[in-house]
Structures are given as C-alpha cells and as structure tokens.
Write a protein that binds this ligand. Structure first.
Ligand code: PBG
Ligand code: ZN
Length: 322
C-alpha cells in the first residue's frame, strides 16, 4: 500500500529525496549605484538595501564576495536626467563607471547591466516620448547604444528591461557589430506592469512622471501573452529569459519552462522583498523559512536562476546548512 509519509521519516531520507535545491551559484544580487561621493543611503521601503556611490561600493561588494555570490545586477542613479536619457549611453555614465570599478577590483564577479532609460529620463519612462506617447522604434537605437556602452565598459551580460518591441534584435545586432558576439542578452521577456515595483522606483528614482507603464509592460492578467513575448525574444537572440515579478507569477515561470528550452531567471522584485521584510520585522513571520520557501518555489516552478534582494541572506543561510 502506498504511504507517502515513509519517505519523510528522517532528515537524511528527506534530504535524499528532495527534488529542488537553491544554490548560491544561481543567485543574482541587484545593486544601486549612485553618482556622487561618500553615499551609503538606506532605501526606506527596502530595509537592508542601500544606494552606494562608487567610492563606497566595496563595502557591499566585499559582502557579496564573502558569501560567495557570483553575479550582480547593476542599476544606476544619475545626477542629471534629460528628455532622451543620455546618461544611459554616456560612456562615462554612472553604470559604465561602476562596471569599470567592479571589473578592476572584483574581476571574478559577473556583472549584469540593466538596460533601460527610465532611471535617466526626466519623465521617468522607459522610452522616448512624443506628445505623451512612448515611442517604440525611435527608442531602439538608444537602448542598443547603452548596451554597447556597458559592454565596452566590461559588462558580462546585458539585461534589457524596457519592454519595447524588437529591442533584443536591435541590441543583438549592435553588440555583434561591435565585436561582442559572445556577450549574452538576459531579456526581461515576461515583464508585467506591476504594483510590485514601487520600492524599486524609490531606490532608483525612476517612477514615471506622468501616466503609467501599461502601454509597454504586460497586463497582469495575460499569461498566454507572456509566452508570445518569450518566443519573440528567443527568436531575436535572447540567451536567458527573465520572468518578473516572480511570486504572483509562478504559473508564468512554469509555463515558460514547459514550453521553451532556455534558462529562466525569476526576478523576485522589490515589492515582494518589502512585504516579506515588513512582516519579518514585526515578528509576524519567520524570515528565513519564508524566504527559503519562496526561493525553492521559484526553482520548483522552473527557474534556473534567481534575482533577489535577499541574496546575501540566502547565501549565508545556504552555507549554514552545509
Ligand atoms: C527598469 C526596471 C524596473 C525594475 C527593474 N528594471 C522598474 C520598472 O520597470 O518600473 C523593477 C525591479 C524591482 O521592482 O525590483 N525598467
Ligand atoms: Zn525602465
């Protein structure tokens, strides 16, 4: 007679039959780099997360190195913004300088550069604007220019998060033309117009100045459409696919993993982080248990890698268990 409890009788047996594991190698830690000096400024809505100027970045990167994390995702906060987001593709912009600093001082760390305009535009949108409309095709050359500029600074992977159509093809072509044929694109393919990005926009000063992002990011109701986005991005040359947010979109991660043979990255976003942190700080939940349960949930859903603000803690917890 079947009794599923038989395989749960001891810790050793449970660990033998465990299907999924979260590994430090699979974690990607986002960092916010701000123009200026002597800055280590806490983000109120993301307890534990700070904005750093480059001269203070080693505090954070030493921790990353110590816990064994292999990859960081870099976001920039420029001093000046303009209509066309020129800080994103300025060869001496904040992200370009941060990449150079990281590659010079932490050469073994994989640097992933987020490619978007919203942190650099005065209106806070991810593309160029004309008469209140977010332009698609006119934005593509700027995204491509930013990607090439990050590649030249030493980025190992570029990650377009803008959700313009055909940006992966535009970026791929520009990278290839500039000799970066082996530089992978991690595309934010299934990126939904989500309320869960609120704390990130505090951290990156990137909230849209008017309207919302619903004409370019996806409707949270559309799981099937996410598959079309993934298909397009793969056809255009994406090497890795991001699904974002993660927790409320586990079904999307699962569907992608069942339909496509490509590594999936779950982005456990700022609002998801903030909710867990807030409850943990109240003593209402067990932070370690809840976070690790979320992480293994992403793996079970089919994610290969996880971008998470919890990465330092997760890496420490994994080490403790070893
Ligand atoms: C920029 C970008 C955003 C996030 C990643 N890249 C914000 C947005 O689209 O408004 C969100 C990350 C998070 O919430 O943790 N386009
Ligand atoms: Zn953006």
């Amino acid at each position: 007679m079947e009794r599923t409890r038989r395989l749960r009788t001891s810790a050793a047996l449970r660990s033998m039959v465990r299907e999924e594991h979260v590994r430090v190698d699979e974690l990607i830690y986002p960092i916010f780099v701000m123009e200026g000096n002597n800055i280590c400024s806490p983000v109120d809505s993301m307890p534990g997360i700070n904005q750093y100027s480059i001269d203070c970045l080693s505090e954070e990167l030493d921790r990353v190195k110590e816990v064994g994390i292999k990859a960081v995702l870099v976001f920039g906060i420029p001093e000046h913004k303009d209509e066309v987001g020129s800080g994103a593709y300025d060869d001496h912009g904040i992200v370009q300088e941060a990449i150079r600093y990281i590659k010079a001082n932490y050469p073994e760390l994989l640097v992933i550069a987020d490619v978007c305009l919203c942190e650099y535009t005065s209106h806070g949108h991810c593309g160029l604007i004309c008469n209140g409309e977010i332009l698609n095709d006119e934005t593509l050359p700027l995204l491509a220019k930013a990607a090439v500029s990050y590649a030249k600074a030493g980025a190992d992977i570029v990650a377009p998060s803008d959700m313009m159509d055909k940006r992966v093809a535009a970026i791929r072509e520009a990278l290839d033309e500039n000799g970066f044929i082996n530089l992978p694109i991690m595309a934010y393919s299934a990126k939904f117009a989500s309320g869960y990005y609120g704390p990130f926009r505090d951290a990156a000063h990137s909230a849209p100045g008017f309207g919302d992002r619903k004409t370019y990011q996806m409707d949270p109701a559309n799981g099937q459409e996410a598959l079309r986005e993934v298909e397009e991005d793969i056809a255009e040359g994406a090497d890795l696919i991001i699904a974002k947010p993660a927790m409320a979109y586990m079904d999307v991660i699962k569907e992608i993993s069942l339909n496509y043979n490509i590594p999936i990255v779950a982005y456990n976003v700022s609002g998801e982080y903030a909710m867990v942190k807030a409850a943990a700080m109240q003593g209402w939940i067990d932070e370690k248990k809840i976070v690790m349960e979320n992480m293994v949930g992403f793996k079970r859903a089919g994610a290969k890698m996880i971008i998470t603000y919890h990465a330092l803690d997760v890496a420490r917890w994994i080490k403790e268990e070893e």
